[in-house]
Unconditional design. Structure first.
Length: 187
C-alpha cells in the first residue's frame, strides 16, 4: 500500500472510531469525554487541511513522518510544525476551529472545565470566543442565540458538531487520497 493511501486509511479509521465513540458517549451523557473525542477529530481535520495547503512533495514528506511516528518538521529544516500553526490555518478556512480546539484542549488537559457538571466551563473562555461558539452553533446547527452557553445548552449539539467535523474531514481525505494539488491555495 502506498504511503498516501495508508495515511488516508489511518485518517478514515480514526474518524470512524471517533464518531462511534462520540455516539456512545453522547448516549451516556459523558460530555467531557465527547469533547475530548471531538478534539481528536479536529486534530485529524487540521492536519488534513495543512497537508492540502502544501505541494505534493512537502505533503509526502509530512505523511512519511507520520507513518514513521516522527514529529512534523519542515523539509530541509528542523522547524517543527506546531498544532497552533495548523489550527490557525484551518481557522482561516472555517472560522470556528480555534474555538473548538481551545474548548477541546481544556477537556483533554486537567482544567477547571472538567468540572462541567458543577460549574459552567464556558466562563473560562473569552467573551469573543463565547460569541464565536454561539454564532457557529447557531449558523450550523440552529442554536438559539438568546441562550447562555452552558454544558446543558450546548450538549444537545455536541454530536452534531462531531459529525460536521467528520463530514468535512471526509471531503479532505478524498482530496488527499486523489493527491489533488492547490485545493486550499486561497488560505
Amino acid at each position: 500500500m502506498a504511503e498516501n493511501e495508508q495515511f488516508c486509511q489511518l485518517l478514515k479509521e480514526r474518524s470512524a472510531e471517533n464518531v462511534s465513540a462520540g455516539r456512545l458517549l453522547f448516549e451516556n451523557r459523558i460530555y467531557g469525554q465527547l469533547i475530548s473525542v471531538l478534539r481528536q477529530e479536529l486534530d485529524s481535520l487540521v492536519r488534513a487541511v495543512f497537508l492540502l495547503s502544501k505541494d505534493l512533495s512537502t505533503r509526502r514528506n509530512f505523511i512519511s513522518q507520520t507513518l514513521d511516528n516522527a514529529k512534523w518538521t519542515l523539509p530541509k529544516s528542523r522547524t517543527i510544525v506546531t498544532d497552533r500553526a495548523m489550527v490557525d490555518l484551518t481557522d482561516r478556512l472555517h472560522g470556528w476551529t480555534n474555538s473548538v480546539y481551545r474548548l477541546g484542549c481544556a477537556f483533554i488537559h486537567l482544567s477547571p472545565m472538567a468540572d462541567y457538571r458543577i460549574s459552567n466551563p464556558f466562563r473560562y473562555l473569552e467573551d469573543r470566543e463565547v460569541e464565536d461558539v454561539k454564532h457557529h452553533l447557531h449558523n450550523y446547527h440552529g442554536f438559539d442565540l438568546s441562550q447562555q452557553l452552558t454544558m446543558e445548552s450546548v450538549s444537545p449539539y455536541l454530536l452534531k458538531v462531531l459529525e460536521k467535523v467528520s463530514s468535512n474531514l471526509r471531503c479532505y481525505i478524498d482530496d488527499l487520497n486523489d493527491e489533488r494539488e492547490n485545493v486550499l491555495h486561497s488560505i
